[in-house]
Design a protein around this ligand. Structure first.
Ligand code: ZN
Ligand code: ZN
Length: 655
């Protein structure tokens, strides 16, 4: 039997939705059977043709009446009715058709089984789809694939992988669709190491079965490795592909953009433009490319891409426009981002979120709240991401009360349950504003597991206010939850160093080394005349370094006379003051500033992006430079924008 064994009268119904008595004998059909056709005078429609035409018209109820009159229903008629039920999202009709199929001897028809599985999946009843599968004995690969698809869509990746294993065991051969579904299943649930292992196994099966040149499967593989952050695997699959289409190129670009490799993303985009004649980039490609530009503040590149979008008429597509808003804002051109937003004909929640977070990253919390209110007034419902953006914006401007109000409104007014990300924003907001006790209390009272994001926000706040005790508590949890995140160890050593607790600094450093982890090196980027230059801290190999260093040393000496006092508390070594000053002067951001001073014209601002939070000394140094050299300097660190002008920073020293 397929799905619902008709329950015996004495047994409870299999499912309350379906029970034979609930479907009384249908009333007589109001449509005359075999009525004259409207198209050909004098010819009669058969019942099957009538069902077909009624389904086409969307008149499912009438089609079902006709079905009840038909003594010899065909597979084709059932297929049409199943598609209609799925299309019209009507479960009771779907169950009625299903019942008919069982009653008329089609219960082991594998073709109809795949259709029924697809129908229940579409209707959102994946359990029913599973029952159809369980009841089918002649299972073709299509039946398996139909269930894999249904389970994948329902996010039941684990189940797909389990079934795939069983299928292999009984010797059913996979086809190309099977592989794409099971690969997608590997990332459908949480991306754990175990799922990655499964993914690699499937990759081996694909190779063994000779599907290595299949563009769709290989692209799905690239996607899968990208989701696990295995950039090297993704690129090796990509490089081995004999044929690539726009989807494959886009997958690889997105892989780089989403895994913190914006330079590589742009590089491969340029390669794509050179190599592909007939498959030009689509809107998905362009969103990734704009994200890459935004990540490194490549304004000139971004502008070129904007021009390209206009020429290709891709500029009216909403996700592209939203990415454009973010790109301009992240490159320091908030006003251009606002202009793009104003020009949008239609706006969705993603566009509003882009604008809100743009104002947030520039430190305009109040403006972000205003846009949030405008969004609601325009009838656009906020998403969970909206609240991450607006709460983050509050945090950058220290708007504690406003943030609390918004957080409270999440469930009360918008029926959005606060998730870990939102708690992390609140902890950050309270922590930055030096309300660490309140932040710690919030973590304690959370109804969901705080997770690394929340503890990380707490530890970050402890770093700003040098609270050793709370930092130790937060890091203990973080070392358990994320033993391989070097950033947490570094934050704790920073706090110990600032408190001059050198033994503790050594202990944590040892722990870091014993786990084979390395501190993420400080890196800064600067765009000069459409080229990106990247510097690491204490860069020795850069060809420009000697000239830059000489300039920085001279400027530091001259500025000391004007009151600049190097801030060396963050240096993680017990050293002489002079040596500490030498170390902070070698920070990547200062090297980028030096390079910018040498290579930009008078009046032209310097734009820098930094991969970590700006340190106290770099912040102070840049403030002095901006006045001393009469130069506007924009720095985006991992948290927000700093616009240095005439000796002050737009962040008001709150970052
Ligand atoms: Zn620094
Ligand atoms: Zn600042």
């Amino acid at each position: 039997m397929l799905l619902f064994q008709p329950p015996q009268a004495t047994q409870p119904p299999y499912h309350s939705v379906y029970f034979r008595p609930r479907f009384p004998k249908p009333p007589p059909c109001s449509v005359a059977l075999n009525p004259p056709t409207t198209t050909g005078a004098g010819t009669n429609l058969t019942n099957i043709q009538l069902i077909k035409s009624l389904c086409k018209q969307g008149n499912l109820k009438q089609a079902l009446h006709v079905l009840d009159q038909e003594s010899n229903p065909t597979q084709q008629a059932y297929e049409l009715l199943i598609l209609s039920c799925a299309h019209q999202s009507c479960l009771s009709d779907a169950l009625r058709v299903h019942r008919h199929i069982l009653d008329n001897g089609f219960d082991q028809d594998p073709f109809l089984a795949t259709k029924l599985i697809g129908m229940y999946s579409e209707l959102g009843y994946v359990d029913y789809a599973r029952k159809v599968f369980d009841g089918t004995r002649k299972r073709t690969i299509y039946v398996w694939n139909a269930l894999f698809r249904a389970l994948s869509l329902a996010g039941q990746g684990e189940e797909v992988l389990d079934l795939y294993r069983k299928m292999n065991k009984i010797g059913v051969q996979s086809d190309r669709f099977t592989y794409t579904y099971v690969l997608k299943a590997c990332v459908a649930s949480e991306c754990t190491g175990n799922h990655l292992k499964k993914g690699k196994e499937i990759h081996a099966h694909i190779t063994r079965r000779g599907y290595n040149s299949h563009v769709y499967i290989m692209t799905t593989l690239v996607d899968m490795y990208a989701r696990f952050g295995c950039v090297d695997y993704a690129s090796s699959v990509f490089n081995e592909m004999p044929v690539k289409n726009v989807v494959s190129w886009s997958a690889m670009i997105a892989c780089y953009a989403k895994n913190g490799k914006p330079f590589e993303a742009l590089e491969i985009f340029h390669e794509m433009m050179k190599e592909t004649q007939d498959s030009s980039p689509n809107s998905i490609t362009m969103v990734s490319v704009l994200q890459a530009c935004a990540a490194i503040s490549a304004l000139e590149q971004g502008k070129l891409i904007h021009g390209y979008l206009l020429r290709r008429r891709l500029h009216s597509i909403m996700p592209v426009m939203s990415a454009l808003v973010t790109m301009y804002a992240r490159c320091g051109k908030l006003e251009l981002g606002q202009r793009v937003f104003d020009q949008m004909v239609n706006r969705d929640v993603v566009s509003w979120n882009s604008l809100i977070s743009s104002y947030g990253v520039h430190g305009y919390g109040r403006k972000a709240i205003q846009i949030f209110e405008e969004m609601i007034a325009n009838g656009c419902s906020p998403s969970p991401v909206t609240f991450v953006s607006v709460l983050g914006a509050c945090s950058h401007e220290g708007l504690v009360e406003e943030g609390k109000k918004l957080f409270d409104s999440m469930w009360r007014e918008h029926r959005i349950r606060p998730q870990v990300e939102h708690y992390a924003c609140m902890v950050d907001l309270l922590g930055r504003a030096d309300r660490l006790d309140e932040a710690a209390k919030m973590v304690e009272d959370m109804r969901i597991e705080p997770g690394p994001k929340v503890w990380g926000a707490l530890l970050g706040s402890c770093r700003i206010h040098c609270n050793v005790e709370l930092a130790e508590r937060a890091s203990r949890r973080l070392f358990e939850l994320e033993p391989r995140n070097a950033g947490n160890y570094v934050l704790l050593t920073d706090i110990y160093a600032e408190a001059q607790m050198w033994d503790e600094v050594k202990r944590v450093k040892k722990l870091l080394e014993s786990r084979g982890l390395q501190k993420l090196p400080g890196r800064s980027w600067i765009e000069v005349r459409r080229r990106m230059y990247s510097f690491v801290s204490e860069d020795e190999f850069n060809p420009h370094i000697e000239q830059i260093h000489a300039l920085l040393v001279r400027l530091a000496e001259e500025m000391k006379e004007k009151g600049y006092v190097p801030q060396t508390k963050g240096v993680l070594y017990e050293l002489e003051t002079e040596e500490k000053e030498r170390i902070v002067l070698g920070h990547s951001e200062k090297i980028a500033v030096g390079f910018g001073l040498i290579n930009t014209a008078k009046g032209e601002p310097i734009r820098i992006t930094k991969n970590l939070r700006l340190c106290e000394d770099c912040h102070l140094f840049t403030k002095f430079i901006s006045k001393f050299m009469d130069k506007e300097i924009l720095v985006r660190d991992v948290n927000r924008f700093h616009s240095f002008k005439n000796g002050v920073c737009s962040c008001g020293d709150y970052w």
